[in-house]
Design a protein around this ligand. Sequence first.
Ligand SMILES: [Zn+2]
Length: 140
Amino acid sequence: MQGKDLCPLCGEGHLAHQLGSLLVDYKGQTAAIVSHFSVCDHCGSEQADAAQLRDNKRAMVAFKKQVDGFLTGAEVKAIREQLGITQAQAARVFGGGPVAFAKYEADDVTQSEAMDKLIRLSASSVDAFHILAEQVGLTA
Ligand SMILES: [Zn+2]
């Protein structure tokens, strides 16, 4: 999406992708998150397509994770890579379903409190991780 899309509102202008900063509030904490949207060079309307809305939602989910004390998607990914396992292997070891880690890491969903603790435990104790991995036949 490099701004070549025709504006669906006026049908004459073209949309240019913009990055803005959106002030959001969650549980009394305020933060500026990145906001994706497009502006029409003809009618000047601001709009967001499905992909932009998805990215905006992910930024909000990541902020909520921080406020709630959960690992963010980037942190989950860093730990998984540190453990040397794929997303599919992580799902086998920790549970959550085959696409769970793709969703956690993209900030599409927030992992449960139990899952969050399990991931943190494995990050701080290789022994704990190996016990879980052995249970599903995964050898390090
Ligand atoms: Zn327009």
